[in-house]
Write a new protein. Structure first.
Lengths: 276, 72
Protein backbone atom coordinates (compact mmCIF):
# COMPACT_ATOMS: atom_id res chain seq x y z
CA UNK A 1 0.00 0.00 0.00
CA UNK A 2 1.43 3.35 -0.93
CA UNK A 3 1.78 6.15 1.58
CA UNK A 4 -1.10 8.56 1.99
CA UNK A 5 0.42 11.72 3.40
CA UNK A 6 3.05 10.69 5.87
CA UNK A 7 3.68 7.65 8.02
CA UNK A 8 3.53 4.11 6.78
CA UNK A 9 -0.16 3.86 5.91
CA UNK A 10 -2.74 1.47 7.30
CA UNK A 11 -1.82 -2.20 7.68
CA UNK A 12 -3.90 -4.24 5.29
CA UNK A 13 -4.12 -7.98 4.80
CA UNK A 14 -6.10 -9.40 1.91
CA UNK A 15 -5.17 -13.03 2.52
CA UNK A 16 -5.51 -14.88 5.85
CA UNK A 17 -2.36 -15.75 7.77
CA UNK A 18 -1.28 -18.60 10.02
CA UNK A 19 -1.61 -17.65 13.67
CA UNK A 20 -1.02 -21.01 15.36
CA UNK A 21 -0.38 -24.67 14.67
CA UNK A 22 -2.49 -27.53 15.97
CA UNK A 23 -0.90 -31.00 15.76
CA UNK A 24 1.39 -29.76 13.01
CA UNK A 25 -1.45 -28.31 10.94
CA UNK A 26 -1.30 -24.51 10.53
CA UNK A 27 -4.51 -22.75 11.63
CA UNK A 28 -5.36 -19.49 9.86
CA UNK A 29 -6.98 -16.59 11.65
CA UNK A 30 -10.15 -16.79 9.55
CA UNK A 31 -10.82 -20.45 10.36
CA UNK A 32 -10.14 -19.74 14.06
CA UNK A 33 -12.75 -17.00 14.08
CA UNK A 34 -15.00 -19.19 11.92
CA UNK A 35 -15.03 -21.85 14.65
CA UNK A 36 -15.75 -19.29 17.35
CA UNK A 37 -18.61 -17.73 15.39
CA UNK A 38 -19.93 -21.17 14.46
CA UNK A 39 -20.23 -22.07 18.15
CA UNK A 40 -21.85 -18.69 18.92
CA UNK A 41 -24.34 -19.05 16.04
CA UNK A 42 -25.25 -22.60 17.08
CA UNK A 43 -25.80 -21.53 20.71
CA UNK A 44 -27.95 -18.53 19.73
CA UNK A 45 -30.08 -20.42 17.22
CA UNK A 46 -30.64 -23.41 19.53
CA UNK A 47 -31.62 -20.98 22.32
CA UNK A 48 -34.06 -19.24 19.97
CA UNK A 49 -35.48 -22.56 18.81
CA UNK A 50 -36.30 -23.50 22.44
CA UNK A 51 -37.62 -20.05 23.25
CA UNK A 52 -39.89 -19.65 20.21
CA UNK A 53 -43.60 -20.01 20.91
CA UNK A 54 -46.78 -19.74 18.86
CA UNK A 55 -47.58 -16.47 20.58
CA UNK A 56 -44.94 -13.99 19.39
CA UNK A 57 -42.40 -12.62 21.86
CA UNK A 58 -40.20 -9.66 20.98
CA UNK A 59 -36.47 -9.21 20.80
CA UNK A 60 -34.02 -11.62 19.25
CA UNK A 61 -36.59 -14.40 18.77
CA UNK A 62 -38.81 -12.17 16.68
CA UNK A 63 -35.86 -11.02 14.59
CA UNK A 64 -34.87 -14.62 13.81
CA UNK A 65 -38.49 -15.49 13.05
CA UNK A 66 -38.77 -12.60 10.58
CA UNK A 67 -35.61 -13.78 8.81
CA UNK A 68 -36.78 -17.39 8.66
CA UNK A 69 -40.20 -16.50 7.26
CA UNK A 70 -38.67 -14.04 4.78
CA UNK A 71 -36.32 -16.62 3.25
CA UNK A 72 -38.91 -19.42 3.46
CA UNK A 73 -41.49 -17.30 1.63
CA UNK A 74 -39.00 -16.44 -1.08
CA UNK A 75 -37.94 -20.04 -1.62
CA UNK A 76 -41.58 -21.18 -1.66
CA UNK A 77 -42.53 -18.57 -4.23
CA UNK A 78 -39.63 -19.38 -6.55
CA UNK A 79 -40.62 -23.05 -6.97
CA UNK A 80 -43.66 -24.03 -9.05
CA UNK A 81 -44.32 -27.02 -6.81
CA UNK A 82 -44.98 -26.04 -3.15
CA UNK A 83 -43.74 -29.44 -1.88
CA UNK A 84 -40.29 -28.75 -3.33
CA UNK A 85 -40.17 -25.38 -1.61
CA UNK A 86 -40.92 -27.05 1.70
CA UNK A 87 -38.22 -29.65 1.02
CA UNK A 88 -35.39 -27.25 0.16
CA UNK A 89 -36.07 -24.14 2.26
CA UNK A 90 -34.24 -25.40 5.45
CA UNK A 91 -30.91 -25.47 3.61
CA UNK A 92 -31.30 -21.90 2.37
CA UNK A 93 -32.42 -20.59 5.76
CA UNK A 94 -29.31 -22.16 7.31
CA UNK A 95 -27.12 -20.61 4.64
CA UNK A 96 -28.70 -17.19 5.17
CA UNK A 97 -28.19 -17.11 8.93
CA UNK A 98 -24.68 -18.56 8.74
CA UNK A 99 -23.53 -15.86 6.30
CA UNK A 100 -25.47 -13.07 8.03
CA UNK A 101 -24.03 -13.73 11.50
CA UNK A 102 -20.54 -14.33 10.13
CA UNK A 103 -20.66 -10.98 8.35
CA UNK A 104 -21.93 -9.16 11.43
CA UNK A 105 -19.56 -10.86 13.87
CA UNK A 106 -16.73 -9.83 11.56
CA UNK A 107 -17.48 -6.18 12.32
CA UNK A 108 -16.72 -6.45 16.06
CA UNK A 109 -13.79 -4.33 17.27
CA UNK A 110 -11.82 -7.40 18.39
CA UNK A 111 -11.69 -8.58 14.77
CA UNK A 112 -8.98 -7.08 12.60
CA UNK A 113 -5.65 -5.43 13.24
CA UNK A 114 -6.26 -4.64 16.91
CA UNK A 115 -5.02 -7.92 18.39
CA UNK A 116 -1.94 -9.16 16.57
CA UNK A 117 -0.41 -12.60 16.91
CA UNK A 118 2.51 -13.97 14.91
CA UNK A 119 2.52 -10.89 12.65
CA UNK A 120 -1.10 -11.37 11.60
CA UNK A 121 -4.35 -10.23 13.21
CA UNK A 122 -5.59 -12.92 15.58
CA UNK A 123 -9.15 -12.85 14.23
CA UNK A 124 -10.39 -12.32 10.70
CA UNK A 125 -14.02 -12.48 9.51
CA UNK A 126 -14.74 -15.98 8.23
CA UNK A 127 -16.44 -14.67 5.09
CA UNK A 128 -13.45 -12.40 4.42
CA UNK A 129 -11.45 -15.42 3.27
CA UNK A 130 -11.71 -16.73 -0.28
CA UNK A 131 -11.25 -20.35 0.87
CA UNK A 132 -14.29 -20.10 3.14
CA UNK A 133 -16.61 -18.50 0.61
CA UNK A 134 -15.36 -20.82 -2.14
CA UNK A 135 -16.16 -23.79 0.09
CA UNK A 136 -19.65 -22.47 0.78
CA UNK A 137 -20.31 -21.80 -2.90
CA UNK A 138 -18.97 -25.23 -3.87
CA UNK A 139 -21.19 -27.02 -1.35
CA UNK A 140 -24.19 -24.96 -2.45
CA UNK A 141 -23.64 -25.71 -6.12
CA UNK A 142 -23.11 -29.43 -5.39
CA UNK A 143 -26.44 -29.41 -3.55
CA UNK A 144 -28.02 -27.57 -6.49
CA UNK A 145 -26.63 -29.98 -9.11
CA UNK A 146 -27.44 -33.10 -7.09
CA UNK A 147 -31.01 -32.04 -6.38
CA UNK A 148 -31.68 -30.86 -9.91
CA UNK A 149 -30.41 -34.18 -11.28
CA UNK A 150 -32.66 -35.95 -8.77
CA UNK A 151 -35.73 -33.83 -9.50
CA UNK A 152 -35.40 -33.99 -13.28
CA UNK A 153 -35.27 -37.77 -13.11
CA UNK A 154 -31.81 -38.99 -14.08
CA UNK A 155 -28.56 -37.55 -15.37
CA UNK A 156 -29.62 -37.80 -19.02
CA UNK A 157 -32.72 -35.65 -18.56
CA UNK A 158 -30.68 -33.08 -16.67
CA UNK A 159 -28.08 -32.84 -19.45
CA UNK A 160 -30.81 -32.68 -22.10
CA UNK A 161 -32.35 -29.57 -20.55
CA UNK A 162 -29.29 -27.54 -21.55
CA UNK A 163 -29.98 -28.28 -25.23
CA UNK A 164 -33.42 -26.74 -25.77
CA UNK A 165 -35.00 -30.09 -26.72
CA UNK A 166 -32.70 -31.72 -29.30
CA UNK A 167 -28.88 -31.66 -29.29
CA UNK A 168 -28.92 -32.60 -33.01
CA UNK A 169 -29.61 -29.01 -34.04
CA UNK A 170 -26.12 -27.41 -34.27
CA UNK A 171 -27.33 -24.07 -32.89
CA UNK A 172 -28.86 -25.69 -29.81
CA UNK A 173 -25.67 -27.75 -29.39
CA UNK A 174 -23.52 -24.61 -29.19
CA UNK A 175 -26.04 -22.86 -26.92
CA UNK A 176 -26.09 -25.91 -24.66
CA UNK A 177 -22.31 -25.99 -24.23
CA UNK A 178 -22.27 -22.25 -23.54
CA UNK A 179 -25.01 -22.77 -20.91
CA UNK A 180 -22.87 -25.47 -19.24
CA UNK A 181 -19.88 -23.13 -19.16
CA UNK A 182 -22.03 -20.39 -17.60
CA UNK A 183 -23.17 -22.90 -14.99
CA UNK A 184 -19.59 -23.63 -13.98
CA UNK A 185 -18.76 -19.94 -13.46
CA UNK A 186 -21.51 -19.67 -10.84
CA UNK A 187 -19.27 -21.14 -8.14
CA UNK A 188 -16.61 -18.53 -8.82
CA UNK A 189 -19.01 -15.58 -9.06
CA UNK A 190 -20.91 -16.54 -5.87
CA UNK A 191 -17.72 -16.96 -3.84
CA UNK A 192 -15.93 -13.90 -5.23
CA UNK A 193 -18.92 -11.62 -4.64
CA UNK A 194 -19.22 -12.48 -0.95
CA UNK A 195 -15.45 -12.52 -0.32
CA UNK A 196 -14.76 -9.21 -2.07
CA UNK A 197 -17.61 -7.40 -0.35
CA UNK A 198 -16.49 -8.45 3.12
CA UNK A 199 -12.73 -8.10 2.52
CA UNK A 200 -13.07 -4.69 0.88
CA UNK A 201 -15.35 -3.57 3.70
CA UNK A 202 -12.57 -4.48 6.14
CA UNK A 203 -10.04 -2.55 4.05
CA UNK A 204 -12.28 0.53 3.84
CA UNK A 205 -12.81 0.50 7.61
CA UNK A 206 -9.05 0.11 8.18
CA UNK A 207 -8.25 3.00 5.81
CA UNK A 208 -10.76 5.37 7.37
CA UNK A 209 -9.83 4.54 10.93
CA UNK A 210 -6.20 5.25 9.94
CA UNK A 211 -7.16 8.59 8.36
CA UNK A 212 -9.15 9.56 11.45
CA UNK A 213 -6.06 9.18 13.66
CA UNK A 214 -7.22 9.74 17.26
CA UNK A 215 -10.81 10.28 16.02
CA UNK A 216 -10.79 6.78 14.50
CA UNK A 217 -14.11 5.63 16.06
CA UNK A 218 -15.87 8.67 14.59
CA UNK A 219 -14.40 8.46 11.10
CA UNK A 220 -14.90 4.69 10.81
CA UNK A 221 -18.47 4.68 12.18
CA UNK A 222 -20.34 5.54 8.92
CA UNK A 223 -18.49 2.85 7.00
CA UNK A 224 -19.16 0.31 9.73
CA UNK A 225 -22.87 1.12 9.45
CA UNK A 226 -22.70 0.72 5.66
CA UNK A 227 -20.98 -2.62 6.22
CA UNK A 228 -23.84 -3.71 8.51
CA UNK A 229 -26.24 -3.09 5.63
CA UNK A 230 -23.95 -4.68 3.03
CA UNK A 231 -23.44 -7.76 5.20
CA UNK A 232 -27.19 -8.36 5.40
CA UNK A 233 -27.60 -7.62 1.68
CA UNK A 234 -24.85 -10.05 0.69
CA UNK A 235 -26.30 -12.82 2.85
CA UNK A 236 -29.68 -12.24 1.18
CA UNK A 237 -28.14 -12.18 -2.31
CA UNK A 238 -26.09 -15.36 -1.81
CA UNK A 239 -29.19 -17.19 -0.58
CA UNK A 240 -31.52 -15.83 -3.23
CA UNK A 241 -29.15 -16.46 -6.12
CA UNK A 242 -28.47 -20.05 -5.07
CA UNK A 243 -32.17 -20.75 -4.56
CA UNK A 244 -32.87 -19.26 -7.98
CA UNK A 245 -30.23 -21.48 -9.59
CA UNK A 246 -31.95 -24.50 -8.06
CA UNK A 247 -35.45 -23.27 -8.94
CA UNK A 248 -34.53 -22.59 -12.58
CA UNK A 249 -33.14 -26.11 -13.09
CA UNK A 250 -35.98 -27.84 -11.22
CA UNK A 251 -38.86 -25.84 -12.72
CA UNK A 252 -37.44 -26.34 -16.19
CA UNK A 253 -37.31 -30.09 -15.62
CA UNK A 254 -40.97 -30.06 -14.54
CA UNK A 255 -41.85 -28.34 -17.81
CA UNK A 256 -40.49 -31.24 -19.82
CA UNK A 257 -42.22 -33.90 -17.78
CA UNK A 258 -45.74 -32.51 -17.54
CA UNK A 259 -47.56 -29.69 -19.24
CA UNK A 260 -48.75 -27.74 -16.23
CA UNK A 261 -47.26 -24.58 -17.66
CA UNK A 262 -49.85 -24.16 -20.43
CA UNK A 263 -52.62 -24.70 -17.87
CA UNK A 264 -51.21 -21.85 -15.75
CA UNK A 265 -51.10 -19.46 -18.68
CA UNK A 266 -54.63 -20.31 -19.73
CA UNK A 267 -55.97 -19.75 -16.21
CA UNK A 268 -54.18 -16.43 -15.91
CA UNK A 269 -55.49 -15.32 -19.27
CA UNK A 270 -59.05 -16.18 -18.33
CA UNK A 271 -58.93 -14.19 -15.11
CA UNK A 272 -57.45 -11.24 -16.99
CA UNK A 273 -60.33 -11.32 -19.45
CA UNK A 274 -62.82 -11.57 -16.61
CA UNK A 275 -61.42 -8.47 -14.91
CA UNK A 276 -61.70 -6.44 -18.08
CA UNK B 1 10.41 7.68 -5.92
CA UNK B 2 11.51 5.96 -9.10
CA UNK B 3 9.68 5.99 -12.43
CA UNK B 4 8.43 2.46 -11.80
CA UNK B 5 6.81 3.48 -8.50
CA UNK B 6 5.16 6.47 -10.13
CA UNK B 7 3.86 4.29 -12.98
CA UNK B 8 2.57 1.83 -10.39
CA UNK B 9 0.52 4.53 -8.68
CA UNK B 10 -0.80 5.84 -12.01
CA UNK B 11 -1.78 2.29 -13.01
CA UNK B 12 -3.66 1.78 -9.75
CA UNK B 13 -5.51 5.05 -10.24
CA UNK B 14 -6.45 4.18 -13.80
CA UNK B 15 -7.56 0.72 -12.70
CA UNK B 16 -9.87 2.05 -9.99
CA UNK B 17 -11.17 4.88 -12.15
CA UNK B 18 -11.79 2.75 -15.21
CA UNK B 19 -13.11 -0.18 -13.26
CA UNK B 20 -15.73 1.82 -11.41
CA UNK B 21 -17.15 3.72 -14.40
CA UNK B 22 -19.01 0.70 -15.73
CA UNK B 23 -20.62 -0.47 -12.47
CA UNK B 24 -21.43 3.17 -11.65
CA UNK B 25 -23.37 3.59 -14.87
CA UNK B 26 -24.96 0.18 -14.41
CA UNK B 27 -26.16 0.78 -10.85
CA UNK B 28 -27.43 4.22 -11.89
CA UNK B 29 -29.44 2.66 -14.72
CA UNK B 30 -30.89 0.00 -12.41
CA UNK B 31 -31.87 2.54 -9.75
CA UNK B 32 -33.23 5.03 -12.24
CA UNK B 33 -35.31 2.46 -14.07
CA UNK B 34 -36.61 1.09 -10.77
CA UNK B 35 -37.74 4.56 -9.69
CA UNK B 36 -39.28 5.16 -13.11
CA UNK B 37 -41.24 1.93 -12.81
CA UNK B 38 -42.40 2.86 -9.30
CA UNK B 39 -43.43 6.32 -10.49
CA UNK B 40 -45.45 4.83 -13.29
CA UNK B 41 -46.96 2.04 -11.24
CA UNK B 42 -46.57 2.36 -7.44
CA UNK B 43 -47.33 -1.34 -6.96
CA UNK B 44 -43.97 -2.13 -8.56
CA UNK B 45 -42.20 -0.98 -5.38
CA UNK B 46 -42.32 -4.59 -4.12
CA UNK B 47 -39.56 -5.49 -6.59
CA UNK B 48 -36.87 -3.62 -4.63
CA UNK B 49 -35.29 -6.91 -3.55
CA UNK B 50 -34.91 -8.04 -7.16
CA UNK B 51 -33.42 -4.68 -8.12
CA UNK B 52 -30.87 -5.11 -5.31
CA UNK B 53 -29.91 -8.55 -6.67
CA UNK B 54 -29.01 -6.94 -9.99
CA UNK B 55 -27.12 -4.22 -8.15
CA UNK B 56 -25.03 -6.96 -6.52
CA UNK B 57 -24.39 -8.68 -9.86
CA UNK B 58 -23.20 -5.42 -11.41
CA UNK B 59 -21.19 -4.43 -8.34
CA UNK B 60 -19.02 -7.56 -8.59
CA UNK B 61 -17.09 -6.13 -11.55
CA UNK B 62 -16.25 -2.95 -9.68
CA UNK B 63 -15.08 -4.97 -6.71
CA UNK B 64 -12.92 -7.12 -9.01
CA UNK B 65 -11.22 -3.95 -10.25
CA UNK B 66 -10.70 -2.79 -6.66
CA UNK B 67 -9.24 -6.14 -5.63
CA UNK B 68 -6.81 -6.21 -8.56
CA UNK B 69 -4.92 -3.15 -7.31
CA UNK B 70 -3.42 -5.36 -4.60
CA UNK B 71 -1.72 -7.65 -7.09
CA UNK B 72 -0.30 -4.89 -9.32
Amino acid sequence: MSTFYFGSGPIIHVAPGDVMTLLGIPITNSILYGWISLILIAIVLIYVRHKAKLKPIGGLVQFIEIGVSFITDFVHSSFDDPNLGKKYSPYFVTLFFFILFNNWLGLLPIVGEGIVSNGYPLFRPFTGDLNATFGMALITMIVVYASSIKESGGFRNYIMHFFVGSPKNPLFLIIGFLEMLTDLTRVISLSLRLFLNVAIGEIVIAVFSYLGHFLAPVSALPFTLIELFIGALQAYIFTVLSSMYLAIAVNHAADHVGKQRSGHIKKGHKSLVGEN
Amino acid sequence: MTVADALNIVAKGLMIGGGFIGPGIGIGLIGGNYLQAVGRNPEASKFLGQALIFVAIVELFGLLAFASIFIV
